[in-house]
Structures are given as structure tokens and as C-alpha cells.
Design a binder for this molecule. Structure first.
Ligand code: ADP
Length: 246
């Protein structure tokens, strides 16, 4: 890592679908360590932003710097190698494989500084460490199908963590979780941030966001309408009216 306070610097990011400005000149500065949330009503451009950040979509214009490296035009696998980890809104685990095997796939990312000359043993060790970190180490050898939905989400996060990312993008991790699973997720986010890792989370679960994130950026109709310290942002009149649809 190249020091510096800002891990992810997004400048004037736009993504148009034909005439529709899904993301329109958005700036986001994610500080190192802690949780930064990207929120906004349905259709405000959150998922599109995340997909442009991870390289699934090509930006129409703007710049994305990850730890000072311009990743704007990199294909997704290069961004992963550069230290960008992500999870998806819909769980993407191999159901016929064990939890550990799924997480090992994450650890295999090229450029993972934790995997040196150790080969497969180091991969397995790293994967086990990540599973233990999310609280599922004891169930490492069980098939994905034997885990609850909430625990599958935790395994997905473990898979992303195993790659030792600089920045972890989480796409609606609380979606479909019950309240005790949400608590577990919240605890995990705190522990991840406690390790000095940086998380950018997209969610419309305001409770999770207000408790877990120190910094919030709010989108509405593809534009940034508020940005700053969480409590101040959530009280911002433009944010309140965007959520109430007034
Ligand atoms: P959010 O995640 O905040 O709900 P999205 O990023 O999914 O918002 O959508 C922002 C806008 O872009 C919406 O108007 C949506 O219909 C549109 N959109 C998203 N993806 C596409 C696509 N692949 N093609 C065309 N329009 C899209």
C-alpha cells in the first residue's frame, strides 16, 4: 500500500445508459480504515456505481484511483489484483463445494501478498483464517447447502477477505438477513474495520448503515446530494426528503 489518507478516490464518475444518466458526475473519497456507506433511494445509481468501480461496466467519464493507482480502465481481474474485493447482491457461491473450498478460491487472487512461496498450504491456511474470522471456522468442511442464507453471506465476505483486499465493496450485504443475522453482520463489519481494512458498503438498510458507517455518501437520481459524517448526513434535509420521496 501507498500511504495516504484516501484509499478510493472517485472523481466525476458518470455512467450513462443511452440517454439515461444512471450515475452523473459523482465524487466519492473513501478514507483508509472504517466503513463508508453509499446510500440512496431505489434507482439512485448505487449498484451502477459499484459495477463501474469493480469494472463490470465501463465508466462513461470520470476517474477511479485505488491507493493512487488509476484503475478506471482496468478489467475486473486486474482490479482484484490491485486490491479491490467485492461481494454481490445475489450470493455467488459454489453449492457443491465446502465453505473452505469456496473461500480458497478467493485467496487465489494474483498478487495476494499473503500467499508467497507457501503454495496450496498457504492458500488453505489463509482461507481457514478468513473463515475463522467470520466465525465459521468450525464448519469449514461443510457443504454450502448446509449453511443458512445469512451464513452464506458471511462465507462470501470471507472469500473476499481471503484475497487480502485494500478495499472491500459490499453490495447490500444485509439484504434478506433476519435481525439476528444482521447483528452478526454488523459485528463482523466492526471487526473488519478494526483490522484497519476499508469497507465501502451499499445498502438501503438505514439502521445498519447508521450504526456501522462513519461516513456516508448519498445519491439521488445519479447525483451526489450529501456527503460527510454519518449522523450529519442522515439528518440532512435533502436526504430526508429524498427518502421520503418529497
Ligand atoms: P440503485 O442501485 O440505487 O437502485 P441502479 O444503479 O440499479 O440504482 O439504477 C440506476 C438507474 O439506472 C435506474 O434508472 C436503472 O433503471 C438504470 N439502469 C441500471 N442498470 C441499467 C442497465 N444495465 N441498462 C439500462 N439502465 C440501467
Amino acid at each position: 500500500t501507498v500511504g495516504g489518507d484516501i484509499v478510493l478516490d472517485v472523481k466525476g464518475l458518470s455512467k450513462y445508459f443511452g440517454g439515461l444518466k444512471a450515475v452523473d458526475g459523482v465524487d466519492i473519497a473513501v478514507r483508509r480504515g472504517g466503513v463508508h456507506a453509499l446510500i440512496g433511494p431505489n434507482g439512485s445509481g448505487k449498484t451502477t456505481t459499484l459495477n463501474v468501480l469493480s469494472g463490470l461496466y465501463k465508466a462513461t467519464s470520470g476517474k477511479i484511483l485505488l491507493d493512487g493507482t488509476d484503475i478506471t480502465n482496468m478489467p475486473p481481474h486486474q482490479r482484484t489484483a490491485a486490491g479491490l474485493g467485492r461481494t454481490f447482491q445475489n450470493i455467488r457461491l459454489f453449492r457443491s463445494m465446502t465453505a473452505l473450498e469456496n473461500v480458497e478460491i478467493g485467496a487465489e487472487r494474483p498478487g495476494n501478498p499473503l500467499i508467497g512461496a507457501g503454495g496450496d498450504d498457504a492458500l488453505t491456511e489463509r482461507a481457514m483464517e478468513a473463515l475463522t474470522f467470520v466465525g465459521l471456522g468450525a464448519r469449514a468442511n461443510e457443504l454450502i447447502s448446509s449453511f443458512s442464507y445469512g451464513h452464506q453471506r458471511l462465507i462470501e465476505i470471507a472469500r473476499a477477505l481471503a484475497a487480502n483486499p485494500t478495499l472491500l465493496l459490499l453490495d447490500e450485504p444485509a439484504a434478506g438477513l433476519n435481525s439476528s443475522e444482521k447483528l452478526e453482520l454488523h459485528e463482523l463489519l466492526k471487526r473488519i474495520a478494526g483490522q484497519g481494512l476499508t469497507i465501502l458498503i451499499i445498502d438501503h438498510d438505514m439502521t445498519l448503515v447508521s450504526e456501522a458507517a462513519q461516513h456516508i455518501t448519498v445519491l439521488n437520481f445519479g447525483r451526489r446530494i450529501a456527503d460527510g459524517e454519518s449522523m450529519a448526513v442522515l439528518r440532512h434535509p435533502d436526504v430526508v426528503s429524498a427518502y421520503l420521496g418529497t
